[in-house]
Ligand binder design. Structure first.
Ligand code: HEC
Length: 222
């Protein structure tokens, strides 16, 4: 292999020309010589640090699940939110009934919060006055201020009765959406969470006559 021509030979470095401590390996390939040097410390330490660092990273990333990518982090957060919402729904439903919702609908604070949600999420289809009409134009929703309901009629109620709305049915319908998903009334539970669904239910109910409500339990009485 090391057929060195006369011409190449003149260009080869001779060991005695090198500074002390710099060695050459004995072979020459195609006129190329090779140093025989220990790698510099900075180079070796970079390599060692990288190897150790990679080991630490491998453990942290693959074994302990740190440094997740955005998608995994997002999925984890969404999972946490739905777990929290389910717990919130459970505790809210434990104390939520028609009376509680009617009472919320007579409470200006709940109604005001419900109005904010309604204005943001529902107005486009049900209109600001709940009539689902804007002037002459029929909006995609159905009226929520009338005495007739598709899904939320109080059982046994006829339009001549004073009260036709069933608050828990309204809550359930807003939370879970229309039983017919092609109609365009989506489930809002995921987006709003149960407390805000209750608030917007109270806002809708504030347009309706309430049944006579039992006085609120008065915990200040002895
Ligand atoms: C994209 C349009 C759209 C939006 C936005 C929308 N709705 Fe609806 N909503 C509808 C339609 C359409 C129906 C009728 C569904 C059916 O017939 O199955 C409906 C039905 C309802 C009903 C049942 C009415 C009944 O007669 O039983 C309630 C209550 C209701 N919506 C409340 C809300 C609230 C509260 C919001 C906002 C959080 C909202 N909707 C947002 C389109 C919409």
């Amino acid at each position: 292999m090391s057929q060195i021509t006369q011409d190449q030979d003149e260009h080869l470095v001779k060991p005695e020309e090198l500074p002390p401590g710099v060695d050459l390996r004995p072979h020459v390939y195609d006129g190329i010589q090779e140093y025989d040097q220990r790698l510099p410390n900075w180079w070796l330490w970079s390599l060692y640090i990288f190897i150790i660092g990679y080991g630490v990273f491998w453990l942290a990333y693959y074994q302990f699940g740190m440094f997740q990518d955005d998608e995994a982090r997002l999925a984890g957060r969404m999972q946490a939110i739905s777990v929290r919402q389910a717990a919130e729904l459970e505790s809210l439903l434990a104390e939520l009934d028609s009376d509680a919702l009617w009472r919320m609908s007579r409470n200006s604070q709940f109604v005001a919060s419900g109005k904010v949600i309604y204005t943001e999420k529902c107005v486009a289809c049900h209109a600001a006055d709940l009539s689902s009409r804007m002037g002459e134009v029929q909006l995609p929703g159905v009226p929520l201020n009338g005495r007739e309901w598709i899904y939320c009629m109080l059982d046994g109620s006829t339009p001549v009765d004073a009260v036709t709305a069933d608050p828990m049915k309204i809550f359930g319908l807003i939370h879970n959406g229309s039983p017919d998903p092609t109609k365009g009334m989506q489930a809002w539970g995921q987006d709003l969470g149960p407390r805000r669904v209750a608030e917007v239910t109270a806002y809708v109910l504030s347009y309706h006559d309430a049944p006579p409500l039992e006085a609120e339990p008065d915990d200040t009485s002895p």
